[in-house]
Design a binder for this molecule. Sequence first.
Ligand code: ZN
Length: 290
Amino acid sequence: MLKKFLYILCMAAFIVSAGCSGTGTKEAADHIHKEGTQAKKAKPQTKEAQKEPEVKNQDTHGTENSPDAQKADPVVKPITPQYRINPNNWSIVPLEKSDKKEVLLTIDDAPDKHAVEMAKTLKGLGIKAIFFVNGHFIDSPEGQAKLKELHDLGFIIGNHTQTHANLTQIPESQQYKEIVPLNQKIKAVTGEAPKFFRAPYGANTAYSKKLAAQEKMAIMNWTFGYDWVKEYQNKDALTKIMISSPYLSNGANLLMHDRTWTMEALPGIIKGFQDKGYSFIDPALIEVPK
Ligand SMILES: [Zn+2]
């Protein structure tokens, strides 16, 4: 009986011992190995972890500088002006002396039937421009979609009044309605309020000038344009007169409209200016009121 008990005790002790020494040692060894491995890995990981934020920061900067990020928050992008508007003849003057021959392209009464197609043509040619918008074209969802497309294609949007009224013929209360709410409408669609104001017929009043200043918009008339004159309302005549106008000079502010013949003439007009050595000014670089 005692022998049997001792035998059982011994066997139990052997199993426990074997169990502990075998499995336990292996587990412990594994544990140490793992910790060791982790510890060995931990250092490089720590080094990598120290490096990674730098890499990530560079990535983050890359993301911030990506076109998408710029699109997401264009207001933050700092722009150093390189040009100003000459209020005597509305030409665009470089702030620093330049030998470059340049003109500015502006397209009024948009977005009616052709502005988006004109914008796509210009974008394809790498040409910047201002589209001066009338509020009555963006009162519909379709008009708002066109405005958004112009903006998303990278074009500057200007204020050209709500109804294309002659501001010199209406009272101040109406002038206000023509100008100020349109900025809010445009901002609601594009996220940016216009920085340029062009009065219909170039007809400003003391009050419209005051409103433009209050709204931080630069007033901009134009140097020359022809597409509203009967004899130039076809592609060939318009192309020819635009590039050979006696008013053409460096910094000229070119006026065109959202019209069929202007849309058709646009590629030829661009080429004509380029053949004469002119490039096109980026209106985003023109000084505006702060
Ligand atoms: Zn107009």
